[in-house]
Design a binder for this molecule. Structure first.
Ligand code: NAD
Ligand code: UDP
Length: 313
């Protein structure tokens, strides 16, 4: 059955892929974005679709709209972007979540929160299970994002307990793919753009810190499965690829795959940068019958092709 769906942050990297997928399934999609990091370019091909509507709006401010489902994905997501205006990041995650939850409460909409592996902070448990409560520095430079996302999870669960609304909370681990910005600042886009331009590859710290990289199509599949899962499964559930790589390994892979002459240079490790990260996805496997399928090399190939077109055509 066709649904009326609201996607906040719909002009961003993940949001635009989600808009596309849900339109393809025959739904009506309303995309809300303030274009802080999102781009018209990401959704330009959807603008002529009569089932697609774009509303330029900042979710820090309330709005009222009747929808069946809400995907709350609006938030700056890369460290340079969320640290650029930390108060805005907190307001987006806290006031923005309240505004979206109020819509869900008024119109009985099912609502999903895009939470993050950052709620685990610099984890002392490895890999990270959903039961792990994390190791977050509440006064550090990453806190505006980490604590904002943690507060948003709290709000979702309190709205459920108090008003019995249908909530879904996903914790997304590092995801990459086409439509990331060239200047996004996250590691995959930075390294690919640097390698393609023949610039120095900036490894922060000694490069032994690890991350697990999930390709966008796998994540979208997990998101859709979570939204469709039974109402009594609220999460939080980890969505990510458990393959774990050192940042230096990623740099070497990208140099090789792009045939680049770039050199690796070492820059200071940002404060509170997590040393390890890898999702335990047992819960997603059991409850959603979901696991990622795209190996890192294959996903990187697609992403490199995207940036080649973007940079040189
Ligand atoms: P992105 O920066 O490409 O997208 C975020 C979108 O939200 C942008 O279009 C931006 O303009 C919009 N936005 C920001 N603040 C807003 C506001 N106040 N009102 C309206 N729109 C606003 O980042 P992304 O990687 O697509 O991330 C999407 C969501 O997924 C974010 O909530 C992020 O925290 C979460 N997430 C992403 C990852 C990842 O690896 N990509 C990992 C964990 C969580
Ligand atoms: N990183 C790096 N060089 C860059 C960008 C990031 O070495 O140009 C490192 C960063 O310090 C972190 C990892 O890559 O250890 C992932 O960073 P990203 O900003 O992509 O996401 P995070 O998982 O830290 O939110």
């Amino acid at each position: 059955m066709s649904k009326r769906i609201l996607i906040t942050g719909g002009a961003g990297f993940i949001g635009s892929h989600l808009c596309e997928r849900l339109l393809k399934e025959g739904n009506e999609v309303i995309c809300i974005d303030n274009f802080f990091t999102g781009r018209k370019d990401n959704i330009i091909h959807l603008l002529n679709n009569p089932k697609f509507q774009l509303i330029t709006h900042d979710i820090i401010n309330p709005l009222s709209i009747t929808v069946d489902e809400i995907y709350n994905f609006a938030s700056p997501a890369s460290p340079p972007h969320y640290q650029y205006d930390p108060i805005f990041t907190l307001k987006t995650n806290i006031l923005g979540s309240i505004n979206m939850l109020e819509i869900a409460k008024s119109f009985n909409s099912k609502i999903m929160q895009a939470s993050t592996s950052e709620v685990y902070g610099d984890p002392l448990e490895h890999p990270q299970k959903e039961s792990y409560r994390g190791n977050v520095n509440p006064i550090g430079p990453r806190a505006c994002y980490d604590e904002g996302k943690r507060a948003a999870e709290t709000l979702f669960f309190d709205y459920w307990r108090k008003f019995n609304i249908k909530i879904k909370v996903i914790r997304i681990f590092n995801t990459y793919g086409p439509r990331m910005r060239e200047d996004d600042g996250r590691v995959v886009s930075n390294f690919i753009v640097q390698a393609l331009k023949g610039e120095d590859i900036t490894v922060y710290g000694d490069g032994t810190q690890t991350r697990s990289f999930c390709y966008i199509s796998d994540l979208i599949e997990g998101i859709v499965k979570m939204m469709e899962s039974p109402d009594d499964f609220r999460g939080p559930v980890n969505l990510g690829n458990p393959g774990e790589f050192k940042i230096i390994e990623l740099a070497e892979m990208i140099i090789k795959m792009t045939n680049s002459k770039s050199r690796i240079v070492y820059k200071p490790l940002p404060e509170d940068d997590p040393k390890v990260r890898k999702p335990d996805i047992t819960l997603a496997k059991t409850k959603l019958n979901w696991e990622p399928k795209v190996p890192l090399e294959e996903g990187l190939k697609e992403t490199i092709n995207y940036f080649k077109t973007k940079l040189f055509k």
